[in-house]
Design a protein around this ligand. Structure first.
Ligand SMILES: Cc1ncc(COP(=O)(O)O)c(C=O)c1O
Length: 446
């Protein structure tokens, strides 16, 4: 029988997890951290509220809880996304990258029986795209390439001319090098005029907003989406951007039937994270991610770990793929050893070019946590010692904890600032609503 969990247990477990997380480093490329102040809305009243009335029409405040904070979405989050994403129209309704994928396929994929073209998983396409599209009644064809990091544009031209898809959905997920969007768009325009091109930059969204990657909209894509919690240090959510009013209209007409609550508090948190990104070094952060990733690939290689795509400089983004199997350590074992040393990484099958499993890491969160310069050499030393099991994990974990004492990217708020005092008071107040036992349990007992 499972032991019942009490509220005391919950708080104790959260505290234990917090101290472990603060001593460790997450190197999972699809996750990131965010600032304390951007998490504040999640603890407060907007977390419970729906918000639909973007136009502030007096007759449309059917849900009034978002009324006072409307401007935080409409005058903070939305304009910052327009500015950083260089797009006139944005939707902040998707809850995650996969949810944005469903929205875009439903809005732009055409009716049942239409064809969408996406990237083959062997070439880095997301595992869910084809299945999701088929569930919407769409036919699916794949862009392919000779190697794990290539797309064959001649094959693309033939395919597009033959199947005349409604939409090309560019869904690089297991990806070390970005598709040349401009060349792909030119191929689509020449081979299948009228076909829309959507780029799902979920993994690379922070790199796009920070200018380290070219913006797919500048390259001619019709629309762009991305998760806001991978290379962008924001809440778990996603957004869709376009410069085309007709596409925006189709997204809006569809989203009302796919998403009700868009998690208003997260949307406000996203606005805060965007403000910090713009004003506290976001572009430098994005550039540092790329530089750190390439450097870390070399440092691991020098320490006897097989890193994919060495001939191409390991990576153009934030991910690195490690073939520890080739070094005699099964990826699951490598991940266990790294975990014991305070480092969290993915082990997984399906990395393009890998026959079995591999280890996938990202330098996005370590960079957000402030690691730079010689820290990367220390991290690589710890990482390699953990994988090869050459030093006690407890000592390695202490060295990782020492790396965590770096300050985060961007300025940290002064601990005596009135802003922090007010935020702390709000948190304390929110926590005081916690009953001694849950309200539900009391209601049942009475
Ligand atoms: C291209 C692409 N689309 C969608 C997703 C799903 O994103 P999320 O985990 O935010 O739902 C991913 C995640 O890796 C992705 O790479």
């Amino acid at each position: 029988m499972n032991t019942p969990v009490t509220l005391d247990d919950v708080v104790r477990l959260l505290a234990e997890n917090e101290s472990e997380a603060r001593r460790g480093l997450s190197m999972v490329p699809s996750e990131n951290a965010m600032s304390g102040i951007s998490k504040l809305p999640l603890l407060l009243d907007p977390y419970h509220r729906y918000f639909f009335n973007e136009s502030d029409h007096p007759d449309r405040w059917h849900f009034r809880g978002g009324q006072r904070l409307r401007d935080l979405e409409m005058n903070l989050t939305v304009p910052l996304l327009r500015e950083l994403g260089r797009a006139e129209h944005v939707s902040v309704r998707p809850l995650s990258g996969l949810n944005a994928m469903a929205l875009v396929l439903a809005a732009l994929g055409g009716g049942p029986g239409s064809t969408v073209v996406t990237i083959a998983p062997e070439n880095g396409g997301h595992f869910a795209t084809a299945s999701l599209a088929r569930r919407l009644g769409l036919r699916v064809e794949f862009l392919r390439g000779a190697g794990p990091h290539e797309l064959d544009l001649e094959h693309a031209a033939d395919l597009l001319a033959r199947v005349r898809p409604t939409l090309v959905y560019v869904d690089q997920s297991h990806c070390l090098f970005p598709v040349d969007v401009a060349s792909l768009v030119a191929t689509v325009r020449a081979s299948s005029p009228g076909t829309l091109v959507h780029v799902d930059a979920s993994h690379w969204f922070g790199l796009v907003l920070g200018g380290a990657f070219r913006n797919p909209l500048d390259e001619g894509a019709d629309s762009l989406s991305g998760s806001t919690h991978k290379t962008f240090p924001g809440p778990q959510k996603a957004v869709v951007l376009t410069r085309d009013a007709a596409i925006d209209q189709r997204v809006r007409e569809t989203q009302d039937y796919l998403i009700s609550s868009h998690h208003f508090a997260s949307t406000i948190g996203l606005g805060i994270a965007l403000l910090e990104f713009r004003d506290c070094g976001g572009p430098a952060y994005a550039r540092a991610i790329v530089a750190h990733t390439r450097r870390f690939g070399r440092l691991l290689d020098e320490r006897g770990i097989t890193v994919a795509a060495k001939d191409r400089g390991y990576s153009a983004g934030h991910q690195l793929w490690l073939d520890t199997e080739a070094d005699g350590v099964a990826p699951k074992i490598a991940s266990d050893r790294l975990f014991a040393a305070g480092l969290r990484v993915n082990f997984m099958a399906g990395l393009p070019g890998f026959a079995g499993q591999g280890v996938r890491i990202g330098l996005n969160e370590p960079t957000y946590q402030g690691l730079a310069g010689d820290d990367l050499v220390e991290l690589a030393d710890v990482f390699a010692a953990a994988v090869h099991d050459t030093e006690p994990s407890r000592e390695l974990a202490d060295r990782v904890a020492a790396l965590r004492l770096r300050s985060r990217f961007g300025a940290t708020v002064d601990s005596t600032s009135p802003l922090l005092e007010t935020a702390l008071a709000l948190c304390a107040d929110a926590l005081r609503t916690t009953p001694a036992t849950s309200r539900h349990a009391q209601a049942v007992a009475s």
